[in-house]
Design a protein around this ligand. Structure first.
Ligand code: COA
Length: 257
């Protein structure tokens, strides 16, 4: 697939995907969602890509939401399909990726933009970031997982407040809510994301993908997360990464995964 709305750079195991519609504040139109979905699908199949960083082009926006101009005249059925396809093709795909995804939020992350960041495994914010779920101000609700993931990440009370008021919060408020784990000056955003990606690169890819599945198990209906962890923990013991990791420790050298 050729990409017109995203830019991709791969370097030493780290793939940076930049959403690139700056004139529309990187709003997620259908084409951009399809391109992101395709790029992530390819990355998942590529063993050389071990960490993905998602960011937005320009200094103003990460993603200012779903493209309002595309769905303003949708019917009930089209609205439902828009949401379901978004979950299936992009937002749940990211959440369930076995390759870790870091969202480097460089500005506005509104509606689908915050939902995209919340689907990612880790979020780092520039101090200029402003985030929110403003859908109720448009007569709709968050439809790309926002009502569920914001409550999981920030707690029910904060999710209710943000969704019902449609308010935007600044980066430090988002930090205090647990929506991001780090706030840095804008110029340090990508270096910080890359530094974090490099830390992840030092660890076992097998253990990382297993850990993502285990943490996610806690949020999967009908799954006993602790039982899932016991099983996954045991399976690590049969792997070359486990042998290398433990042998390297005992031989007082760095593990090579
Ligand atoms: N969908 C479609 N286009 C969008 C968009 C979105 N979610 N967000 C921004 N844009 C477009 C604007 O229409 C404008 O395009 P134009 O120049 O062709 O008119 C361009 O991006 C710049 O946005 P603008 O509103 O002029 O910038 P601003 O600095 O005045 O305001 C925001 C910035 C983020 C506060 C404002 O753009 C906004 O509220 N966007 C919508 C946020 C939203 O409700 N998202 C949830 C969607 S479900």
């Amino acid at each position: 697939m050729t990409y017109e709305n995203i830019l991709i750079i791969c370097d030493a195991g780290i793939q940076t995907i930049t959403i690139n519609r700056p004139s529309k504040l990187n709003a997620l139109n259908k084409a951009t969602i399809e391109e992101l979905s395709s790029a992530l699908q390819s990355a998942e199949c590529d063993n050389d890509i071990r960490v993905i960083i998602l960011t937005g082009s320009g200094e103003k926006a990460f993603v200012a939401g779903a493209d309002i101009s595309e769905f303003a005249h949708f019917s009930v059925e089209q609205g439902k399909t828009l949401s379901q396809k978004g979950h299936d093709d992009l937002f749940n795909r990211i959440d369930r990726m076995e390759t870790p995804v870091i969202a480097a939020v460089n500005g506005f992350a509104l509606g689908g933009g915050l939902e995209l960041a919340m689907s990612s495994h880790i979020r780092i914010f520039a101090d200029s970031a402003r985030v929110g779920l403003p859908e109720t101000s448009l007569g709709v609700i968050p439809g790309y997982g926002g009502t569920q993931r914001l409550a999981q990440i920030a707690g029910k009370g904060r999710a209710m407040q943000m969704v019902l008021t449609a308010e935007m919060i600044d980066a430090n408020t988002a930090l205090s809510y647990g929506i991001t784990t780090k706030v840095v000056p804008l110029e340090e955003l990508m270096p910080t994301a890359l530094k974090m990606a490099k830390k992840i690169l030092r660890n076992s890819p097998m253990a990382i993908s297993t850990a993502i599945k285990c943490v996610n198990a806690n949020y999967s209906t009908g799954v006993d997360g602790l039982a899932f962890e016991v099983d996954a923990f045991g399976k690590c013991f049969g792997t070359v990464d486990f042998i290398e990791g433990t042998t390297a420790f005992l031989e007082k050298r760095k593990a090579s995964f």
